[in-house]
Design a protein around this ligand. Structure first.
Ligand code: ATP
Length: 300
């Protein structure tokens, strides 16, 4: 096989509970990931060296060198196989860059699936999951798709039952937010408040709403402990969230570390109306609709 193309979805966090800062600089998380129908595409072509090209949504903000997460994934897979494979990767981005929707992690997961196929390695998902966890804490979920709860740094995953489909609207902002800076701001806010920080726990009502496919209950349970930090760094997001709530969103939150805002709608038709209202309100660079949960990366 000379070329393999893999389509991979973005994620939104339905619950992102951030525990106290640990001695190693990380936080224990409870991270309910939900894969949505907004896709990047990664094409792997057999080559002697390793290279990557990026086109599409905010492509100019994505590195085309060894820092690219898809290249890091290909290098890690070749190392795991103990061979000096080469590949040329072409990434077509639709997932917002540095948008809190794990686009880079998605590309890394897609590269693992594509190169596993291209190089005829036939590694099982468990092996790819181990390699994925070394690349970044959101990469294992990007390999899995669907809906899952992540603990630890988010990389220890348990798949969740989710009836769905749930209908989403995403408001994309101008420019990204650095995940590291948002966590640092969250720590700063907590230090100012001086209150004890609880150990993170999955919300039972959220898990029940997912199982039952109850969008209204799910909307009421969406939470993100990084939201106040993202809002401090990007105050304009408050108006975006308010506009969605004002137009009947069942729930509204910043996705992951932001700045993308996610709104849960009652139906596909409601998502279309809500998207139109957000565009008219001028509170986002671009507004997209999607549904979830969707499966993880797939060869197309
Ligand atoms: P998360 O939700 O996991 O915090 P994010 O969606 O906020 O992530 P990404 O789009 O994954 O952020 O990108 C974060 C940074 O990673 C970007 O600023 C970019 O420089 C770098 N990066 C490396 N490889 C990629 C890639 N393939 N796609 C996007 N960004 C990449």
């Amino acid at each position: 096989m000379n070329s393999v193309t893999v389509r991979v979805p973005a994620k939104v966090n339905l619950q992102l509970a951030v525990g106290p800062l640990r001695g190693d600089g990380y936080h224990d998380l409870v991270n309910v990931f939900h894969a949505v129908s907004l896709f990047d595409e990664v094409t792997a072509v057999a080559e002697t060296g390793m290279s990557v090209r990026v086109e599409g949504e905010s492509a100019d903000q994505v590195p085309e060198d060894d820092d690219n997460l898809a290249i890091r994934a290909a290098v890690a897979l070749a190392r795991h196989a103990g061979r000096s494979y080469g590949v040329s990767l072409a990434i077509r981005k639709a997932i917002p860059v540095a948008g809190g929707m794990a686009g880079g992690s998605a590309d890394a997961a897609a590269a693992l699936v594509a190169c596993n196929e291209l190089w005829g390695l036939g590694l099982p998902l468990e092996d790819l999951m181990e390699i994925a966890a070394d690349i970044g804490s959101d990469v294992p979920f990007a390999l899995l798709g669907g809906t899952a709860v992540g603990t630890g740094r988010g990389e220890r995953l348990t798949p969740l039952e989710a009836a769905g489909p749930f209908h989403w609207v995403f408001a994309l902002a101008d420019g990204g937010l650095s995940t590291a800076k948002v966590y640092a701001e969250c720590d700063r806010i907590r230090a100012e408040e001086g209150l004890p920080v609880a150990e993170p726990r999955a919300a039972g009502a959220l898990l029940a709403a997912l199982r039952d496919g109850d969008a209204k209950a799910l909307g009421a349970e969406l939470t993100n402990d990084l939201q106040s930090a993202a809002l401090r760094l990007r105050p304009s997001l408050a108006a975006t969230l308010e506009a969605g709530r004002g137009h009947g969103a069942l729930g509204a939150l910043v996705s992951g570390s932001g700045p993308t805002c996610a709104f849960l709608a009652a139906s596909a038709a409601h998502a279309g109306e809500l998207a139109g209202a957000l565009r008219d309100a001028g509170v986002a660079r671009e507004v997209l609709t999607a549904h979830g949960p969707v499966p993880g990366p797939a060869v197309v």
